[in-house]
Design a protein around this ligand. Structure first.
Ligand SMILES: Cc1cc2nc3c(=O)[nH]c(=O)nc-3n(C[C@H](O)[C@H](O)[C@H](O)COP(=O)(O)OP(=O)(O)OC[C@H]3O[C@@H](n4cnc5c(N)ncnc54)[C@H](O)[C@@H]3O)c2cc1C
Length: 438
């Protein structure tokens, strides 16, 4: 008998499985694909190393601790990755990193900078929940939204700030208003506004983390789980390779798949989870000559600039070994919640768009398109009213002892969020198993 069945071998599933296997439980991870990793996929093509999903992991103390516990050494991004650019009217403008550079930067107009100074005096909203756009327009003004926050939202969620909930999508910022009445006052008190930590990857790319974790676990690939039912105090998993009984189950598949799997346990929850919207993203890997881009992390393109690109990462500048000498590997992101149709476009149209816009923005001559990846359901959008999904997950767990839900649609969309959440999820499973009948 399996003690813990984990559905999904993405970072959420593997990290929860790792904690529990360390405690001595018999854990079996079910994965529908041939290769584990979910969104984390690294590809070697010619002499380039391409990240098809996440490029960098923002590792705070807890995440660094996880890497050291599992026994893998991350590679830190180069110092120049602190420089990030925003595209405005034909130029790449460095994102200001200090209050002084904010006031001297050409990124925002003088009127907009003065508007930011009024932020501490803006009263809270009477509305129970605001979109990110409403919140930022109210507190910091329209230009701040267009040129700083909206591009940031593109970078993290490929999202639409008019649709995302400030409370669920950028909780830390929302809490600053709740606790301090002002983002500026809160940031000064806490001495930080941005997320803390260092950007990391691994020699050989992010999939090295997946391979490392998988090598320490029992991961059954190409064994899709089709249905989960309750049988007294056990769970029965009907999968491609057969039927399995488990004392507990951790479902880390995306919301829509999780809902489908759990249809016998809760029909209404399965209907609701099916509504979680995942924005599509197109990732295009491009090669240009060295020196074509300035030193830095990459640039974001505000929607108001009228381009289709969301942003570009200077991948070969972040970590060693991403491109051969003399070449620069760039990763271009397009689509997202504000341009969802792009994912359905012909390959030639996508390539032509990338070439045209890169030439316009970087003034590069030769652009070689190396690889295109279409993520039809890339990133879950924590939209207005998202709390209902979180409550639903809690209710499902409460009504079904031994059933646990995890994944990037519940505890945050970054790889680090998934790793941090794995500690709490594993703890809940352990508490259940230590009191569960034999
Ligand atoms: C293009 C892109 C770029 C990103 N960039 C970054 C970044 O730079 N930094 C960052 O921190 N995050 C980034 N993210 C987000 C991050 O990669 C994901 O949120 C995270 O990897 C999700 O992990 P997960 O395990 O929760 O889900 P997933 O990775 O989706 O894993 C779920 C797994 O469940 C499996 N599965 C589904 N249904 C079943 C079933 N019925 N039976 C068995 N298995 C099943 C799937 O095959 C999959 O392997 C990016 C995401 C994308 C798509």
């Amino acid at each position: 008998m399996i003690e813990v069945a984990v559905v999904g071998a993405g970072i959420s599933g593997l990290s929860v499985a790792w904690h529990l296997s360390q405690k001595g439980y018999r854990v079996l991870v079910f994965e529908k694909e041939e290769v584990p990793g979910g969104n984390i996929q690294t590809l070697r093509k010619d002499r380039y190393l391409l990240e098809l999903g996440p490029q960098t992991i923002l590792a705070d103390k807890k995440v660094e601790e996880f890497f050291s516990q599992v026994g893998i050494k991350p590679e830190h991004a180069k110092e120049s990755s602190k420089i990030r650019y925003v595209y405005k009217k034909g130029r790449l403008i460095p994102l200001p990193l200090s209050p002084l550079s904010f006031f001297t930067s050409p990124l925002l107009s003088l009127g907009s900078k003065l508007r930011v100074l009024k932020e501490p005096f803006v009263p809270p909203s009477p509305k129970s929940e605001e979109s990110v756009a409403e919140f930022v327009r109210r507190r910091l003004g329209r230009e701040f939204l267009d040129y700083i926050v909206a591009p940031f939202i593109s970078g993290v969620y490929a999202g639409d700030p008019e649709e995302l909930s400030v409370k669920h999508a950028v909780r830390r910022v929302y809490e600053l208003e709740q606790k301090f009445g002002s983002l500026i006052k809160g940031a000064i008190k806490l001495r930080a506004l941005g997320p803390g930590g260092r950007l990391v990857s691994f020699p050989g790319g992010n999939h090295a983390l997946i391979e490392h974790l998988s090598s320490k676990l029992e991961v059954d690939t190409e064994n899709v789980v089709l249905r989960i039912r309750r049988k007294e105090d056990r769970y029965v998993l009907e999968a491609k390779k057969g039927k399995y009984e488990a004392k507990s189950v951790v479902v880390t598949a995306p919301a829509t798949s999780a809902g489908y799997l759990l249809r016998d346990i809760s029909w209404s929850a399965s209907q609701e989870f099916d509504k979680v919207y995942y924005a599509p993203v197109v990732v295009v890997h491009v090669v240009v000559e060295s020196g074509a881009v300035p030193p830095g992390f990459g640039f974001l393109v505000p929607r108001v600039e009228g381009k289709r690109m969301l942003g570009v990462l200077f991948s070969s500048q972040l970590f060693e070994g991403r491109a051969p000498e003399g070449k620069e590997l760039l990763t271009v992101y397009l689509g997202g919640a504000t341009d969802p149709e792009l994912v359905e476009q012909e390959e030639e149209t996508i390539k032509a768009t990338v070439e045209k816009e890169l030439r316009e923005i970087l003034s590069v001559g030769k652009v070689e398109i190396l690889h295109t990846t279409r993520w039809k359901k890339a990133i879950p959008q924590y939209t207005l009213g998202y709390g209902k999904y979180l409550e639903l997950a809690q209710t499902l767990e409460g009504e079904n002892p031994g059933l646990f839900l995890a994944g990037n649609y519940l505890f945050g969309v970054s790889v680090s969020d998934c790793i941090r959440a794995s500690y709490q999820v594993a703890k809940k499973v352990e508490e259940y198993l230590s009191g569960a009948p034999d």
